[in-house]
Design a protein around this ligand. Structure first.
Ligand SMILES: *[C@@H]1O[C@H](CO)[C@@H](O)[C@H](O)[C@H]1NC(C)=O
Length: 167
């Protein structure tokens, strides 16, 4: 439960509170909804919009899919705590399967969204992967994978317990 709460908070922080801005440097503000690069000509930060972004190598469809992945992961993660809690209370197989399904969905979507975003923006962001937005999403991804593995191992414990109860 604590790990789920941590993953949800990290996703909220990066995707909503920071509005999807993954880097917040004076000379680079790149995120799911903003794309501001340093302009040497004017000596200031200039935000690019779509036709121009496509010319820079960021396809419209690709960015849309990356957003879908990251924000979809947030939505699926919100559905994890309830079935996880119910599975824990009732040792119920159906609830457990549901929790595993939501976890698998959210970790896959986040990996896909983040991976796609990094593919298109690698040449600008590779030096700023330690920015808070990237750290938050990376940590959330790791937590989701850990949680998925822990949840998959969980029914063994429930089974052992019911065996013990039977003897
Ligand atoms: C996100 O970045 C844009 C563009 O630099 C900026 O205008 C906006 O204030 C930022 N939002 C947050 C919440 O940091």
């Amino acid at each position: 439960m604590a790990v789920t709460a941590a993953a949800i908070s990290l996703l909220f922080y990066a995707l909503l509170w920071k509005a999807g801005n993954l880097t917040d440097l004076p000379n680079l503000r790149v995120g799911f909804y903003n794309f501001c690069l340093w302009d040497q000509g004017t000596g200031s930060l200039r935000c690019r919009q779509f036709p121009e972004l496509e010319a820079l190598g960021v396809p419209r469809v690709g960015l849309a899919l990356a957003r879908l992945g990251a924000y979809g992961a947030l939505v699926f993660t919100l559905f994890v705590p309830l079935p996880l809690f119910l599975a824990w209370c009732n040792s119920s197989d159906g609830e457990w399967r549901l929790a595993v399904g939501f976890l698998a969905m959210s970790s896959t979507l986040l990996a896909g969204g983040l991976g796609l975003f990094l593919t298109y923006t690698w040449k600008w962001v590779r030096l700023s992967l330690l920015e808070p937005g990237f750290l938050a999403l990376g940590t959330a991804q790791a937590l989701l994978v850990v949680l998925l593995m822990a949840t998959i191992l969980f029914p063994q414990r429930a089974e052992d317990k019911s065996k013990l109860d039977n003897y």
